[in-house]
Write a protein that binds this ligand. Structure first.
Ligand code: NAD
Ligand code: TYD
Length: 348
């Protein structure tokens, strides 16, 4: 397949690019705006591959999308088969502080991609989230559960999902949606819980836990979610939604305590701080439908978390520029305290 991969320089998109290019021999053109969360370095291991190209541009710009769809202009190259859209503003706390960019990218950007997919008759996969369903105290969400998003981020993703489904219904688009639970693993921007806690633990910084920390997330390793999106691309039916949840649920405080143990940080560094406004208590997905297409999650949370801690410990050159750049200003605004800048303490 030849795929226009939007948002491929981010966390999950970069894993999807790796799996599709190296394991499935797909041809990949990444279109990415390189926001604070997107980095060419996330794709460095693919640069120079004959079936890989990168285009710097925004999904909300029809000109950028058309430019990406005509790249790379090599004679005899096959046309595109599919658009897979990972591009999004993704952090709930940032959407609570200011929602504009979320509407622009997640809604208007998705609309531009849908118009291109319809015009060029391309397969379309929208990458979405369990957060569109809101919170569930008991049981699991299926694809038929009602949409009840809590945050501006979740609302923008739910709106995008509805746009996709409307284009399938009205324009005959061959579009599918894959909704994932909370991802973790290498290359996740440290604003998210797991990398934030790992890096703070390695620096002896306080470990911020919102409220009582008893909120539960359904953790999925990033390679498992990337492979679920690939199966939906290959096998998904038009107008259908597929949930892909991880094999394990864990309360936030338990996640933090496990990271404390893995890094030998002090348990006294755990700090309960003011809760997130509108904080969803629990997410849980039923993945029966995508399992019926042959998908299985392979990584259990215990092992995946230990490997993730090891990856951040071993890849200082990946996170050091982030921790001293935009992220530092964001952190100090969000948590109202400075980030320690000293060297990470060494743990075995
Ligand atoms: P990320 O924040 O790490 O990366 C997002 C990428 O999109 C970045 O490379 C960024 O530069 C790019 N981007 C942002 N705005 C853009 C625009 N206007 N035009 C082009 N590129 C743009 O995100 P992620 O965690 O990898 O998430 C990828 C997708 O998966 C998102 O759609 C997200 O909603 C969804 N998702 C994420 C999770 C999770 O736990 N991280 C869970 C379920 C679903
Ligand atoms: P996050 O990684 O932001 O993902 P999401 O909001 O999409 O689930 O947060 C995961 C959970 O961790 C969520 O319940 C909020 C909580 N959390 C904290 O307790 N402290 C933090 O500093 C952050 C960033 C998140």
């Amino acid at each position: 397949m030849k795929i226009l991969l939007c948002g491929g320089a981010g966390f999950i998109g970069s894993h999807f690019a790796t799996i599709r290019l190296l394991q499935h021999n797909d041809s990949i053109v990444v279109l990415d705006k390189l926001t604070y969360a997107g980095r060419r370095q996330n794709l460095a291991h693919l640069e120079g591959h004959p079936s890989f190209a990168f285009v710097h541009g925004a999904i909300e710009s029809p000109k950028d999308v058309q430019r990406a769809l005509s790249a790379p202009a090599r004679a005899g190259e096959p046309p595109f088969d599919a658009i897979v859209n990972f591009a999004a503003e993704t952090h709930v706390d940032r959407s609570i502080a200011a929602a504009h960019d979320f509407i622009q990218t997640n809604l208007l950007g998705t609309n531009v991609l849908l118009e291109a997919a319809i015009q060029h008759r391309l397969r379309y996969v929208q990458v979405s989230t369990d957060e569109v369903y809101g919170s569930i105290e008991e049981g699991t969400f299926t694809e038929l559960s009602p949409l009840a998003p809590s945050s501006p981020y979740a609302a923008s993703k739910a709106g995008a999902d509805l746009l996709v489904l409307s284009c399938c219904h009205t324009h005959g688009l061959h579009g599918s949606i894959c909704r994932g639970s909370n991802n973790y693993g290498p290359r996740q921007y440290p604003e998210k819980l797991i990398p934030l806690i790992i890096l703070n633990a390695l620096h002896n910084d306080p470990l911020p836990v919102y409220g009582d920390g008893r909120q539960v997330r359904n953790w999925i390793h990033v390679t498992d979610f990337a492979s679920a999106v690939g199966i939906v691309l290959e096998e998904g039916a038009p107008g259908e939604v597929y949930n892909a949840g991880g094999p394990d649920e864990c309360a936030n405080i338990d996640v933090v305590e496990r990271i404390v143990a893995l890094t030998s940080a002090s348990p006294d560094s755990i700090e309960h701080i003011a809760d997130r406004p509108g904080h969803d208590r629990r997410y849980s997905l039923s993945s029966e439908k995508v399992r019926a297409l042959g998908w299985r999650p392979r990584v259990r949370f215990n092992q995946g978390l230990a490997d993730t801690v090891a990856w951040y410990r071993d890849n200082v050159s990946w996170w050091e520029p982030i921790r001293s750049g935009e992220y530092r200003a964001y952190y100090e605004r969000q948590y109202d305290k400075p980030l320690r800048s000293g060297p990470a303490h060494s743990t075995q």
